[in-house]
Design a protein around this ligand. Sequence first.
Ligand code: SAM
Ligand code: SF4
Length: 329
Amino acid sequence: MNSIDYLRISLIDRCNFRCQYCMPEGTELEYIRQQDVLSQEELLLLLRDVFVPCGFTRFRLTGGEPLLRPGVVDIVRAIANLPQTQDLSMTTNAFLLAGMAQELYEAGLRRINISLDSLESDTFDKIVGHQGRSRWQQVWKGIQAAHQVGFDPLKLNVVVIPGVNDHEILDLAALSIDRAWHIRFIEFMPIGNAGLFQDKGWVPSEAIRQSIRDRWGLAESSVRGNGPADVFRIPGAKGTLGFISQMSECFCDRCNRMRLSADGWLRPCLLNESEQLDLKTMLRAGIPIADIRSQVQHLVAIKPEINYKLRHSGTTGVAYARTMSQIGG
Ligand code: SAM
Ligand code: SF4
């Protein structure tokens, strides 16, 4: 069992995209009220006095779209400067990245994951729910800027949706051949858009691997991350291919992460809504930090049990009310 040392921090639940699989157009989303979002001071207090003492040393900033969070560069700098921080990363849609990559890097961010579901601007715009001037070019510029500034590793996340972007699997995988980029194929989950999921279904990682194997061959990589991805490499390629297979291959037993939402709910597991802690309310009610810490410690202690239960309930056949943007995917 891995130690639980990795916290995904949602900085904001809002987004400048409306991806079909996450926050589809036409769905009414209840956004967190401004006054309910953890302030920068509250977040840093929780990190320093609760999460670090509970053993968390690796942090990922996510959302919604984290680059929309006012003061994001200052937040990056403050977390990077915590002496206990061993790893700090971000997941972003990169729409605003071209203008921010340099200052994020200078503030101490070194690893970045960018969502890129398509190399075709029409398909891309369809997926991210945008009409008008294509957004693909701006995202591609953001990716190039991150590459030039020196983010390493640079990972690109692809959610594969049958009949939408599955015809691009080989083109996306090919991005790992000449560049040391890591392309990660994520199985589409019924979180955020159960209707689309029922209509289109999902593509198992093994089917994706097979089409890549048929084209180039595929070797298991010696690089093994700490996360949920199984890592492979096209023979001779500079980068790798990762597969996150939460639908087809449960990885609950190696899960080492918890999630903190923008309004301060600590969630022990993506799929678990019953054991959450409302840290913001505790903090604002003046509950002593030592008591908050012991509640978090308890949640950390029972996480293996929660993982075990989920491992046996599985992910298929379940629909979830909240979107990834609300949970902090
Ligand atoms: N806005 C940022 C982005 O898109 O990279 C960060 C937040 S987003 C919620 C984090 C990740 O969740 C993205 O890589 C996205 O592709 C993934 N995601 C969202 N909804 C999903 C779903 N229904 N199934 C699988 N992955 C999903
Ligand atoms: Fe926004 Fe990311 Fe969700 Fe797309 S996946 S709608 S970019 S939060």
